[in-house]
Design a protein around this ligand. Structure first.
Ligand SMILES: Cc1cc2nc3c(=O)[nH]c(=O)nc-3n(C[C@H](O)[C@H](O)[C@H](O)COP(=O)(O)OP(=O)(O)OC[C@H]3O[C@@H](n4cnc5c(N)ncnc54)[C@H](O)[C@@H]3O)c2cc1C
Length: 425
């Protein structure tokens, strides 16, 4: 699933950055150049803290260069379920944080003229089953009553036609706060920006070892960074650098396809309101228009076997045509996949290991904005911890028991979810 993503292919030439050589000194060393790492660097540099970012491959190699670019509010599951799990006060902070995260991305893009096709026209959750409309109505009422949030709107099968030109869904719900962007243009724009602010980014510089005794020393194959603080933000691409972090993440594959550029008229006909869409199937479809008039369409990746990778893209293309039969003759120009990081609690973790190293990961498919917010919180935790509000704080991080069996568990879960999608009302 490592083939070129449409985002990489359409983002222009990639800037090459040098590998780390010799010894370098800074205030904070950040490991991983995705949204989390670069946002951490941005917020640290803003406060005058000299930052070095180490990246194993290149900026945006991980999920930040492969995602659907949909900026959505909330977390996996309803806010009602988060109130039940965390209590009203913490759930309220989580909700506010998810709204603020999209505003944060928008402000960074606007303040620094990051050219990344940012569109803020809300998002839509189409209903895969009729019963899902009741669930949306309940959610709409709950969010208004409990969170004072009035920007959800439930649409029936006729009404959704003004949003999506398809008979596939039974209706849906819109949310005015969502947005979408070009994920690679954003991550590259952010990288250029943090360099302008004085940070250094080294590519092809895998962090191989971290030693902490007072200061942190991070070793790569050709150099070392010596810093006051270390931030490990390798998310679902974590290797063996830190086994506690690796053992706390379940990487789940998601795949995407993109059509050739189509006409603007056709794309407006299919998705007139140009919102980011992600539907209510268990194994969901997520899709959106792009600035160059393609359909970018995502779904579930591999489960058990390596063999099923081959037919998954065809199945996803069939799914796209089920939703939009108008695309049956559209050529699929790009196919790619990536790893989405989940935690056992299904919400992101932001915290510190016993040795003081900082971490954030596990955005469960909502990292396009939440990872940027996590970077801000990490920077605040380092620079002025007394002021930090962090409802996602994770203490005493421990590997998930039987973590090595997770691939099988994910496969079984996907099989069960697909069964539910097909056979349970
Ligand atoms: C196909 C797909 C679609 C998605 N769609 C959406 C979406 O529409 N909306 C949404 O909100 N979220 C979506 N997501 C999730 C979102 O992309 C992620 O949550 C987000 O990008 C995470 O950013 P990150 O910086 O934490 O991790 P990453 O972007 O994965 O960055 C981690 C980096 O760490 C590097 N690294 C690993 N080990 C080392 C090491 N030892 N030394 C140095 N570097 C190292 C990796 O090479 C990688 O570049 C999607 C994800 C995928 C895969």
């Amino acid at each position: 699933m490592d083939s070129l993503s449409m985002w990489e292919a359409t983002a222009g030439e990639r800037k090459q950055r040098p590998a780390l050589q010799g010894d370098q000194y800074c205030d904070v060393v950040v490991i991983g150049a995705g949204y989390t790492g670069l946002s951490t660097a941005y917020h640290l540099q803003e406060k005058g803290h000299k930052t070095i970012v180490l990246e194993k491959y290149h900026v945006g190699y991980g999920a930040s260069g492969r995602n659907g670019g949909e900026l959505l509010t909330g977390f996996q599951g309803t806010m009602e379920s988060w109130v039940a799990k965390k209590g009203l006060e913490t759930a309220r902070q989580m909700w506010e944080m998810s709204l603020d995260a999209i505003d944060l991305v928008e402000n960074m893009i606007k303040d620094h003229n990051i050219s990344c096709d940012f569109v803020r026209k809300g998002d839509i959750r189409p209903a895969y089953k009729l019963s899902h409309l009741d669930y949306f109505k309940r959610e709409q009422e709950y969010m208004a009553e409990t969170f004072g949030f009035y920007e959800l709107n439930v649409l029936d099968k006729d009404e959704i036609k003004s949003e999506l030109n398809t008979d596939f869904y039974h209706g849906g719900r819109t949310n005015e706060r969502g947005a979408h962007f070009h994920p690679v243009k954003f991550v590259r724009g952010l990288a250029d920006l943090v360099e302008e602010m004085g940070a250094e980014i080294y590519e092809h510089s895998e962090a191989l070892k971290i030693e902490k005794s007072g200061k942190a020393t991070v070793t790569t194959d050709q150099g070392r960074v010596i810093a006051d603080e270390v931030v490990i933000v390798t998310n679902a691409y974590a290797g063996n650098l830190n086994r506690t972090i690796k053992g706390s993440i379940v990487p789940v594959e998601s795949i995407m396809i993109a059509t050739e550029p189509l006409t603007e008229d056709l794309m407006v006909e299919l998705m007139p309101t140009n919102r980011a869409a992600s539907d209510s199937k268990n194994l969901l479809y997520y899709f959106r228009r792009t600035a160059d008039h393609r359909m970018a369409f995502g779904g579930s990746g591999r489960s058990f076997s390596k063999r099923d990778a081959l037919r998954l893209f065809d199945t996803l293309r069939d799914g796209m045509v089920d939703v939009f039969p108008q695309l049956k003759d559209a050529k699929i120009e790009y196919r790619w996949g990536g790893k989405v990081g989940f935690t056992q609690d299904m919400h992101p973790y932001i915290g510190q290991l016993a040795d003081g190293s900082h971490f954030a990961f596990g955005y469960a498919g909502r990292g396009a904005s939440m990872a940027v917010m996590a970077g801000k919180i990490l920077a605040e935790t380092i620079t002025r911890p007394e002021d930090v509000v962090n409802p996602l704080k994770k203490e005493n991080l421990r590997p998930i028991p039987f973590h090595s069996q997770h691939a099988k568990a994910v496969g079984i879960m996907k099989f069960y979810k697909a069964f539910q999608d097909r056979f349970i009302g």
